[in-house]
Every structure is written in C-alpha cells, then in structure tokens.
Ligand binder design. Structure first.
Ligand SMILES: Nc1nc2c(c(=O)[nH]1)N[C@H]1C(S)=C(S)[C@@H](COP(=O)(O)OP(=O)(O)OC[C@H]3O[C@@H](n4cnc5c(=O)[nH]c(N)nc54)[C@H](O)[C@@H]3O)O[C@H]1N2
Ligand SMILES: Nc1nc2c(c(=O)[nH]1)N[C@H]1C(S)=C(S)[C@@H](COP(=O)(O)OP(=O)(O)OC[C@H]3O[C@@H](n4cnc5c(=O)[nH]c(N)nc54)[C@H](O)[C@@H]3O)O[C@H]1N2
Ligand code: SF4
Ligand SMILES: [Mo]
Length: 799
C-alpha cells in the first residue's frame, strides 16, 4: 500500500481533530482533510504554523466570467476560510474584485471527500464508471504507448483536446485557442500536433457573426455605462453571470445610481432585472428578431431614426445604399416595411403575435431607444445559444446604427462588453503542425464521420479531415458529456470503443464525463500549485496564485503529467527546457515585463498576488471609424457597417442565412408544430450557485440555491404542479427529474432549468439531478456551427 494511503488511515491527535472540525464545519470534509494535512502542512507551515494563521494570496480560476483574488487563511496546515480583495475603497475608478459565494466556498471543493486520489484505468464497459487503481507509471506508459500507436495508425489529426474551461492559467490552461499557450498545447504541438477547434460553447454565434457587420467584435467596457442615460439589456443577466471581480453588475448599479434608466428584455425576471431594472420586458425565446424588427418599424414610420448616420456609415439600410447587382427589395428597410419578398410589414402587432410582447410596449420601447441619448444597447450571449443564434447578434447593431449611438461615449455598438486587460505572456506552446480545425461543438460528429467532414461542415485550415477523432484528451472539462448537447446521444457515441479509441480524463472529481475515461488522472487543484491568471473588465488585472497546501494523495499537475509523457516519448528535455513550474512563471513575468515595464517583478507579484490597472477612460468601440471614417474604414469588405452583408448574400441560403438580420422561426421554437407534443420552451441559463458543472457537488451552494425548474403558475396549475414538487421534464431525447419552482418570474409557455447539474441517470436512463443536457439537441446553427442549447421543446409532469 502506498505511503499516502497509509496516511489516509492514520489516527489524529485530539487537538488537531478539534481544529479541523472547527475549520471545516462538517464531519466528512473535516476528516477528509486529515489525510494530506497530516503529511503536508501549509506552505510556509510546519511546527510554527500550528497555532498561527498565515494568509496566502491565491485566487478562483474557473470559467464564471470573472476571476477573483482570494486570501487563504491557513491554520495548522488547513485552509480555514477565505477573504477576498480589500484593496482601496471600492470606487468606480478602482473597484475591488471581490469573490462571490462560490469562491468563498472553495474549501468544500478542495477538501471534498470525493477528490480523485490516484490514477485509475477503466475495467468495465466504457461509461459504466468501473475503475481500478493503477500506478502513475502504468497510467503514463499506457497513454504514451497509445498516443504512439494512434499517431502512427491515423496521424496526429486523430488527436483532439476537448473544449474545456475548468481551469485558467498561463501554464495549466484548459481552454485552447490559437492565441493561448500552456502546458498541454505545448506537449501536443511537440508530439506532432492535434486537431484544433475554433468557436466556444459560450459565443459561437456571437463571435462568428458580429464581424459580418463590423469587421471585428468590439464591446464597450462596463465603465462606459456610467455615461449612459438609457441602458437596454437583451438576454444578459450579469447579476448571475458576471459576479465577483468581473464587476459588470457593479457598474450597472453605479449607472442606476447616477440616474440611468435600465430595461431588461428576457423571458425571465432575472436577478439583474430584480436589482436594477426600471422595466422588464418578457419575451418568448428565439423571437427577439421579431421584436428588433418592430422597433425598427416604429423608428422608421415615426421618422425617429438617424438617416444621416446611416447614409454615412452603413451599407444596406435602404435601397439607396445597396451594393450593385442585388435586386431591389433586399435592403433592411424594405424588409421592415414589407416591400421585400415576404410582403409583411414588421408592425408592432405582427411582432406581438410572435414574441408575446404587447404592441404598446414595443412602441414605447422604440421611442425611448430612439430619443434618449446616449443609449447603451447590450446583448448578452443567452439569445445566441439558440437555433438561429446568428440573427439577434446582427440584429441589435442595426438599432445602434439607426440611433447614432455607435462611437458615442455612453452609447455603444449593440454588442456585448469588452474590457480593459493586462497582457501577460504564456508558457510558449509553439506552432501546431496540424492545420485543420473544427467548430468545437462538432467534435462528436468528428468522432462518427470526421473523414467525411469538409468546409461545408465548418472544417477550417484544410479541405477536409483526413481521419475521425480517435483520442479525446479531456483536461478540466465536463463537456465530454455533461456540458455538450444531448447527453444520451453523446454517451452512445462514446461507449463504442471502436470509434474513439482513447479517452483521457484529468480532473479532480469523478464527474459524469470522467466516468467515460479509459485512463483517469487525479489533478491537483490550483490551491496546490502556482500559476498566473489574467482578467479584463471594468479594470484589468493579473493574479499570481501561490501554492497554499501540498497536493493530496497522488494528485499531479498538468505540467508534471506532460513532462513525464514527453520524457517517455523522447522529447522530455525539449519540453521542459530543464525548467520547473516556478522557472516558467519567472520566465512569464520576465517576458511580460519586457512589454510592460510597469508590471511588478516576480517577487513583488508573487508576494502581493495581484496587479491591477485602472483605466482613465472607458473603451468606446469604433470611435475612430466614426470620427474619421476616411482614414479608419470598418474592417468589412466595403469599409462600412454592413447591415446588408454581401458575403452572406453570396452564400445563397437566404432562409437560414439571410444577408440582413431577420426573424427566422426556430425549429423547436414557438411556431414549431412539435409544440403540440412538447408545449413548453425550455431554456438553460447559467446559475449563480455553480460555474457550469463546477461546484455542483458543494452542499453549501445547493442549500443557497438549489437546482430547480422555473415554471409559470399558469403552466403549473394546468399540470397540477405545486411549488417544491418533484417534476419530470422530458422530450424525445431524454428525461430529467428536478424540483419545480412555481414563479411568475418566467413567461407562461417557457420553463428554465439551469445548466450544469451533474448527469445522474437511474437504471432506466432518467436523469435524477436536473441535468438539462439530456433534453438539448445536437443541431449546429447554420452559419457559425454553434450550440443551440437554449432551444428545446419539452413537456413537464409531476414526477
Ligand atoms: N444546456 C447548456 N449547456 C451548456 C451551456 C448552456 O448555456 N446550456 N453553456 C455552455 C458554455 S457557455 C460553456 S463555457 C460550457 C462549459 O463547460 P465546461 O468547460 O466543461 O465547464 P465545467 O462544467 O465547469 O467543467 C469544468 C471541469 O473542470 C473540472 N475542474 C475544476 N477544477 C479543476 C482543476 O483544478 N483541475 C482539473 N483538472 N479539473 C478541474 C471540473 O470538475 C469540471 O469537470 O458549458 C456549455 N454547456
Ligand atoms: N455564476 C455563473 N456565471 C457564469 C457562468 C456560470 O456557469 N455560472 N458561465 C460563464 C460563461 S462560460 C458564459 S459563456 C456566460 C454566459 O452568459 P450568457 O450566455 O449571457 O448567460 P445565459 O444565462 O445563458 O443567458 C443570459 C440570459 O439570456 C436569457 N435568454 C435565453 N434565451 C433568450 C432569448 O431567446 N431571448 C432573450 N431576450 N433572452 C434569452 C436567459 O433567460 C438568461 O437570463 O456566463 C458566465 N458566467
Ligand atoms: S466563481 Fe467567479 S465570481 Fe465567484 S469567486 Fe470564483 S472567480 Fe470570482
Ligand atoms: Mo461559456
């Protein structure tokens, strides 16, 4: 038996037991800390630390849209509590980056009794969740051998790093983009490369489509809100999705205090609406383009639009400003007034029938947006994670142009936020020798029929893929199953061992994804190693998180794993360059200081833990293009804001990919005949009590905000459902059981089940924890190949 396992069983002294019980407030967790505490002690700990508290700067580094400094208070080798940013007096000039409820409950994750403890190999069928303990040598030898075999059989294009956002760091980076470095990418690049991905699950339609309008994607920084008189938030719930250090919500509150009027357009009366909205406009999911069109209709017919701005900067608003060779009737204005192909004026009455928003509300909203200036129109990402998620992304900027708010302080281009950042160097990853990449949502398809996939399927960098995916490397990701659409479909594909031949999972828990591993590796948490992370928002900052406690059990870091594999594969020295993780962090700080001499030295940065840069002025996108268009054309082919996109026109798919933003009725939207069978639209928003699936197993947070389905009293009554009942939510793809929250905070006809609960099927395959991805559909959006995980029709019954 290994030394660590013996320690796990070692009895503890009474003094220590009391300290731990007080600290961890919960028997199981307290005992769980003992195994590694008794061996390790805190950094800088030892005997002297037995009674004294040490405070060590660390952070919270998951993908919540924030990134917060944490101070770990360590006593007796155990983290007893966390505090957060206390610098300055928390003013809009220099806001603090204070941790939210999740960051403050991190002890319940890192001391969780279910932490993965040692490497394991699968012994049952894939996905069954049966594993056997193995040594690190066996795990690494197996992976190295399999990588070699698969490379020589199929080539490097068969190796795929799954989309992953569980951990951020300049070394231990899970999300892989061409601009980023990090240990995993460095390793696979040196091994000959891997099939890349583009897009994200977050913003596929947003990031792909906004450039068709502006050439680039540039959002206002949140401090711009301080100068707005009217703020309209579409599908943006920053009170839950930009908590803590991201500070979007903080600036909204500040703007409100300064007198801005705030309107929220969302099917749910969100926490954001509760906190700041003067008005909540509920809308049926997938129908926002009908609302946007009717708003334009009111502005045009009441002559409230800024014709001079449109004439000067835009392509395709009206027939007078269209590219040559496009037949008449295809401009935006023609579409709105019913002079185009569909002969339907986009009146408020027309939109009311589709969206559920009363016509008078539409007229009033249009007049406010057109006359209160500056007006900041913000789009969240909720409305683009839909069947035709491309359309609203291009729809809102048209209103920003029609009201001349682009380039204006306090106004904005009708996109999402941008932020002030602090550039920091990476552990260099080198070039990927494999040039092909796929949209990240389409990886299951690339397992099934990769060798057939071409540019028409979104393949970039190559005409077609040469092989199917044979290895999935799943580091800090639950997207292997839980976060991807249609979990039952994914499980079917992955359970066929002939398709994907090797699944490596490196995580800290046996998540629903980890159950599908062939080789399961226990990672250290970021409290057990050092790294640097950065964040861009109202202010920019970089955080150095120190190691707070020693790694428990046989947990090993990503860099260690990759170094050991590189050694086995013959490029160990080239991979490490003889450097430890600390050496790399020193290198990263040195490189950063070359570009920014104000950046602190390694010692300073490590000691203080945070480096903040407060901006003097907000980011006002496209200001140069507006002030001096002759010298600063937009980066579109025409140099204009392309309301009509000739590039989209050339794709010749006007129904699904129109050249101007249009309302396209969604499959599984309110107009789909499937509504007869599944009458409720089910959306799956991001929840304050989790970061996706991370923290789902923290009992404190379940107590604070449990997993539940929001359903309107009218829909609940019809089904005999009362608040707090267990309900079954289902469609043809799957079923899940959860609690009902009967509340007027959601529009009738719509239900909402927050994404991220761990998929926990019973023997009949019915999920028992409210995992919404048993209901979602694998159906990439037509242009961006994005994930439409908010578009689902379901039925709900009492369980
Ligand atoms: N239905 C629906 N599904 C969605 C969405 C939606 O809106 N609706 N949103 C999508 C979006 S925007 C995103 S970004 C994705 C996110 O999906 P993921 O990137 O998969 O995010 P998480 O679910 O947080 O999974 C992170 C994993 O990292 C692990 N982890 C945490 N800390 C550590 C660590 O220190 N080391 C290691 N090795 N692992 C660690 C966690 O245990 C977890 O398994 O989900 C997508 N899925
Ligand atoms: N606490 C917490 N914060 C997070 C995350 C998390 O998991 N937990 N995840 C982070 C990540 S990776 C991302 S990508 C972002 C996601 O940020 P978003 O994509 O903006 O978040 P969502 O909750 O999916 O959607 C935002 C709002 O859109 C609404 N909505 C849904 N469909 C429609 C529609 O058709 N029309 C309109 N008008 N509104 C609609 C939802 O009700 C929701 O209130 O959040 C980040 N922040
Ligand atoms: S979950 Fe996000 S907002 Fe909350 S403490 Fe962590 S980084 Fe900050
Ligand atoms: Mo995301």
């Amino acid at each position: 038996m290994a030394e660590d396992t013996k320690l796990w069983l070692k009895p503890i002294s009474r003094r220590k037991f009391l300290a731990l019980s007080a600290a961890a407030a919960g028997g199981a967790a307290a005992l769980a800390t003992l195994s590694w505490d008794s061996k390790a002690g805190a950094a800088g700990g030892g005997a002297a630390a037995a009674t004294e508290e040490t405070i060590i700067p660390t952070s919270c580094v998951h993908n919540c849209g924030g990134r917060c400094p944490l101070n770990a208070h360590v006593k007796d080798g155990v983290i007893t509590w966390f505090t957060s940013d206390q610098e300055g007096n928390d003013s809009p000039d220099f806001p603090q980056a204070r941790a939210c409820l999740k960051g403050r409950s991190q002890r319940k994750r890192l001391y969780h009794p279910d932490r993965l403890k040692y490497p394991m190999k699968r012994v049952g069928k894939r996905g069954e969740g049966k594993f056997e303990r193995i040594s690190w040598d066996e795990a690494l030898d197996t992976i190295a051998g399999e990588l070699r075999r698969i490379k020589s059989t199929y080539g490097n294009e068969a190796i795929y790093i799954n989309y992953a956002t569980g951990i951020y760091g300049q070394i231990s980076q899970s999300w892989i983009t061409p601009a980023f470095g990090g240990a995993l990418k460095r390793f696979l690049n040196m091994f000959g490369g891997f099939l890349g991905y583009y897009n994200t699950y977050s913003t596929a339609c947003y990031s792909y489509t906004a450039p068709f309008t502006y050439g680039t994607v540039e959002g206002v920084s949140p401090d711009n809100l301080l100068y707005s008189k009217l703020i309209v938030l579409f599908a943006d719930n920053s009170a839950e999705t930009r908590m803590g250090g991201a500070n979007h919500h903080y600036f909204l509150l500040q703007a409100k205090e300064k007198g801005a009027r705030i309107i929220v357009v969302d099917p749910r009366y969100t926490d954001t609406a509760v906190n700041v909205a003067d008005e909540w406009i509920p809308i049926r999911p997938t129908t926002d383009n009908a609302l946007l069109a009717a708003l334009a209709y009111v502005m045009i017919t009441e002559n409230l639009h800024d014709q001079a701005f449109l004439d000067k900067y835009c392509l395709g608003f009206d027939e007078e400003h269209m590219p040559p060779d496009v037949p008449p009737g295809n401009s935006f204005k023609s579409y709105i007034l019913g002079l185009g192909e569909d002969r339907t004026p986009k009146t408020p009455a027309w939109a009311e029938a589709i969206t559920g928003v009363p016509r008078n509300t539409i007229i009033k909203l249009a007049r406010q947006i057109a006359t209160i200036k500056p007006c900041c129109l913000i789009q969240g990402w909720g409305w683009q994670r839909h069947a035709y998620g491309e359309q609203p992304v291009r729809g809102l900027p048209v209103l920003a142009a029609m009201t001349g708010n682009i380039g204006l302080k306090g106004g904005g281009p009708g996109l999402y936020y941008g932020g002030h950042g602090v550039p920091v160097a990476w552990m260099p990853a080198g070039e990927n020798p494999v040039k092909a990449s796929i949209p990240c949502f389409m990886w299951t398809e690339a397992i099934e029929r990769g060798h057939e996939m071409t540019a028409a399927d979104g393949v970039k960098g190559a005409d077609k893929l040469s092989t199917d995916i044979k290895v999935v490397w799943n580091y800090a990701s639950n997207t292997l199953v839980n976060q991807h659409a249609d979990a039952n479909r994914t499980a079917r594909i992955l359970s066929d061992e002939k398709k994907c031949e090797l699944i490596i999972v490196h995580d800290i828990f046996l998540t629903p994804s980890a159950r599908f591993a062939d080789i399961l590796l226990p990672d250290v948490t970021h409290f057990e190693r050092e790294d640097i992370v950065t964040f861009a928002s109202g202010i920019g900052y970089a955080i150095y998180h120190q190691k707070v406690i020693d790694p428990p059990h046989e947990c090993r870091s990503l860099y260690w794993v990759c170094s050991e594999l590189a050694k086995r594969l013959g490029f160990g020295d080239r991979y490490t360059e003889g450097k430890t993780e600390e050496d790399w962090l020193r290198y990263i700080v040195e490189e950063t200081r070359k570009a920014n001499p104000d950046f602190p030295t390694f010692e300073e940065f490590r000691r203080k833990g945070i480096y903040k840069v407060a901006p003097r002025e907000p980011i006002i996108p496209y200001k140069k293009q507006i002030e001096d268009p002759a010298n600063n054309p937009f980066k579109t082919p025409s140099g204009k804001i392309e309301i009509f996109s000739p590039r989209l026109w050339a794709m010749n798919n006007p129904r699904e990919i129109p050249a101007i933003p249009k309302y396209v009725p969604a499959w599984e939207g309110p107009e789909d005949p499937l509504k007869e069978k599944y009458p409720l639209q089910c959306i799956s928003p991001h929840y304050k009590r989790r970061v996706h699936s991370t923290f789902d197993n923290v009992a404190w947070l379940e107590e604070a905000a449990r997993q539940e389905l929001w359903i309107n009293p009218a829909d609940a009554e019809k089904r005999g459902i009362r608040d707090g009942d267990r309900v079954k939510v289902f469609n043809d793809r799957g079923a899940t059981i959860t609690y009902a929250r009967v509340t007027p905070r959601i529009l009738p006809g719509v239900v909402s089940l927050p994404q991220g609960a761990w998929w926990t099927p019973d023997p009949d395959g019915v999920d028992t924890r409210g995992c919404v991805n048993v209901l979602t559909k694998y159906h990439p959006t037509p242009l961006a190949h994005g994930n439409p995980q908010h578009t689902n029709l379901v039925q709900v019954v009492k369980a």
